[in-house]
Design a protein around this ligand. Structure first.
Ligand code: 1GP
Length: 248
């Protein structure tokens, strides 16, 4: 097993939870990477995810190597599409959108990416991505051209995650989409956590310590927060979430 996946497994086997910050590279000019990295290092974030459903400039090419150089934790590409296929990070979420039925998102893009990833030797994290309907269409909903799993259908999410695990995927990511109005329900998180052995990542709409705690208690291994940390009024989350995780 390679380094980042091994680290995720080792945290899980020790009963430790983890906190990933999602960086939208459109919103972080290279000139601001040093300040951001210093916040990340001081706060005790466990992973940096970077990517977006649709990027409107080419910052990602410069931001990934810069953050990799500056932060103390693994930098992991969370690619919204093939144009974000950077091989300069520590690892890349090789996402199959198993909640949907769009063949490009299930396997097509992967065929195109495979030789590039293999040649680069970047650590690839085979991940079953489940998009959940959290009330309104998010960018990933539209851009992936897939139908999300209904909010209250925990059984569909659990069976989908089981199928992903049986297919050999190494991580399951339950996502309500960036900027989701509400988080995924704790019922769904626990149904999925009880159905698979592989580590469970949960994100989308987490804006408070209370929400994060409920999702972790329901069985998430890694929580992902993006939008709330971009909002300067909520920067206390930078302190609160690592503290919550350390005392879990
Ligand atoms: C989105 O799970 C991430 O893919 C994070 O979502 O930006 O709403 O925190 P937020």
């Amino acid at each position: 097993m390679r380094a980042v996946l091994q680290h995720i497994h080792s945290l899980k086997s020790q009963g430790k939870k983890a906190f990933a910050i999602l960086i939208d590279p459109d919103k972080v000019p290279v000139s601001e990477c040093a300040a951001l990295a210093s916040n990340i290092n001081a706060a005790g974030v466990d992973f940096v995810f970077i990517g977006g459903s649709l990027l409107v400039n080419d910052n990602i090419r410069r931001v990934i190597p810069e953050l990799k150089r500056l932060v103390d934790v693994p930098v992991i590409v969370f690619p919204g599409n093939l144009l974000q296929l950077s091989t300069e990070a520590d690892a890349l979420l090789f996402l199959s959108v198993i909640s949907g039925r769009n063949p490009e998102m299930l396997i097509g893009n992967h065929v195109v990416a495979a030789p590039i990833l293999k040649a680069a030797g970047i650590e690839v994290l085979p991940t079953g991505y489940l998009l959940i309907d959290t009330g309104r269409a998010t960018s990933v909903h539209y851009m992936s051209n897939t139908q999300p799993i209904p909010y209250d259908k925990a059984d569909i999410a659990a069976c989908t995650a089981m199928a992903g695990e049986l297919l050999g995927l190494q991580l399951i990511y339950l996502d309500g989409g960036s900027g989701a109005e509400k988080t995924i329900s704790t019922e769904m998180v626990s149904a999925v956590a009880d159905s698979v052995e592989v580590p469970l990542i949960v994100g989308g709409g987490i804006r408070s310590r209370k929400q994060a705690e409920a999702i972790l208690k329901a069985g998430a291994d890694i929580i992902v927060v993006g939008n709330a940390l971009e909002d300067r009024s909520e920067t206390s989350l930078f302190r609160d979430l690592p503290a919550l995780i350390a005392n879990f």
